[in-house]
Design a protein around this ligand. Sequence first.
Ligand code: PEP
Length: 258
Amino acid sequence: MARRPVIAGNWKMHNLQQEAADLTNGIMQELKSEDKEKLPEVVIAPTFTSLYAANKALTDCGCGKVKLAAQNCYFETKGAFTGECSVEMLKDAGCEYIIIGHSERREYFGETDEMVNKKAKAILSNGLVPIICCGESLEQREAGVTDYHISSQITKAFRDLTAEQAAKSIIAYEPIWAIGTGKTCDSKEANRVIAMIRNVIKGLFDAKTSEAIRILYGGSVKPATIKEQMAQSDIDGALVGGASLTADSFAQIVKGAM
Ligand code: PEP
């Protein structure tokens, strides 16, 4: 069965509540005339304080074309973890997806592969979908260890998951040197790495799981790049940062994936 594409917007630390509501409404306006069945899965990830505003805009619209994600979570269910949000809290706020292991969280907030694995388990056991990020630095690429590094990140992130849980998960391959730099990874090279990731999943689980799991590309995706990216055999969509911050460019990317 064909894999349904996913276009997810990572708003990072942008947008106050009113801005989040306006952007959410703007995206839905842009997608208003599109047939829901033909759209990719469209996901937006506001920061914690704007989840309520974005969720309210989505619920008020009621069109069901756009889903909500969080940009992070904690793996414990509750307790003395100052500053953290559990998966249950994010589900309660309307989230259906949670991004984990983003390179910015790994670099600035010490998120490790082991934490990504614990978060993935917590997300899946609450019935949500983890968007698990992986990717190499420029130094790793230049040292020729890209595939080794990514295989290791994926193997650790998926440790002790069932095949069914793995198949429901989403992976985002995001070369760190392409994030927020305007330098998009060559589509054929991104496809090669993503096919390699699919093969790692096949080795960890089975062929059926590797064929089912959606693997996105992320790193300076723009309206001008999406068609070529989506034309590749193994790229199932995009995780979009900068270009997800205006309704027009995000909607163009969504439409480019149809
Ligand atoms: C991201 O932060 O996940 C990302 C891909 O950002 P950008 O599209 O701005 O490179």
